[in-house]
Every structure is written in structure tokens, then in C-alpha cells.
Design a protein around this ligand. Structure first.
Ligand SMILES: [Zn+2]
Ligand SMILES: [Zn+2]
Length: 135
């Protein structure tokens, strides 16, 4: 099962992102959004491919959109409040919009609802909105 997102940033940047894979390609493909630093846009890259490059410009200059903060327990996060959470690099489960567990890499790739770095203006003002599920 995969999930499609729309992304938008306060600078006006609009894009889409696909996460996961279809049932048919399960364990063969696992898509996740990356920022292409050449095209300055969001691209979907297969985490399982040996050669992770931008599908448009073929550049390898990609940055994963996974969160750099760690999920903390709800009670702790609420106790700290938003400013201290940010300072310690923590986030609440509610701040996540998608967790994609990759069985091959044995790793969770987490997308945040808000505060994502935009590929165009490089400011943390990009947000994801759930668009569709695909199968
Ligand atoms: Zn590119
Ligand atoms: Zn932007």
C-alpha cells in the first residue's frame, strides 16, 4: 500500500510525493520523497534501488525528506512544550503524517506534517497533505 501526498510551501511551491509501493511491487520498490538540489523540487526515489538518482535530471545530489527529529513519548513532549521539543530535536507522534517502515533496510522513514524544508526556498515552511492511497 502506498500513500500519495500533495505538498505546498508558503513561498508558493507546489508538488506531490508518493510513499511506499503498490501491492504488486511490495518489497521490490519503496518510494520516498527526496529534495533534488539540482531541480529544486521534490522527487520520488526508490529506497531499494542501488542507484539513488533524481528521475528527472539524474543527479545524485538528493536530500531525504525524512524527519531529523525523534519521536518522544506524548507525556514528555507535552511537558516540554513546542520550544523545548524543537531544541532537543524531538517531536510528538501527532506531528507525523506518515511512517514508512522499510523491511529491507529495517528502518522507519518518517514524514512530518509541517515544518519540512522546501526544495525551492530552503525554508522549513513546507507541509504535506494526504491526497490518496494507492494499491
Ligand atoms: Zn533533479
Ligand atoms: Zn518554499
Amino acid at each position: 500500500m502506498g500513500t500519495g501526498f500533495k505538498v505546498h510551501c508558503t513561498c508558493g511551491y507546489l508538488g506531490t510525493a508518493d510513499v511506499g509501493s503498490t501491492r504488486a511491487m511490495l518489497n521490490k520498490e519503496d518510494w520516498f520523497p527526496f529534495r533534488c538540489n539540482q531541480c529544486k523540487k521534490l522527487v520520488d526515489v526508490d529506497l531499494l534501488s542501488n542507484n539513488m538518482i533524481c528521475p528527472d535530471c539524474k543527479s545524485a545530489d538528493l536530500t531525504s525528506c525524512e524527519t531529523t527529529t525523534k519521536r518522544c513519548r506524548d507525556w514528555l513532549g507535552k511537558l516540554l512544550g513546542p520550544r523545548l521539543r524543537q531544541r532537543f530535536g524531538l517531536h510528538l507522534r501527532d506531528d507525523e503524517i506518515q511512517e514508512n517502515y522499510c523491511w529491507q533496510l529495517k528502518k522507519s522513514f518518517i514524514l512530518m506534517r509541517e515544518g519540512n524544508i522546501c526544495p525551492q526556498c530552503k525554508q522549513p515552511n513546507m507541509r504535506y497533505v494526504l491526497d490518496c492511497m494507492f494499491d
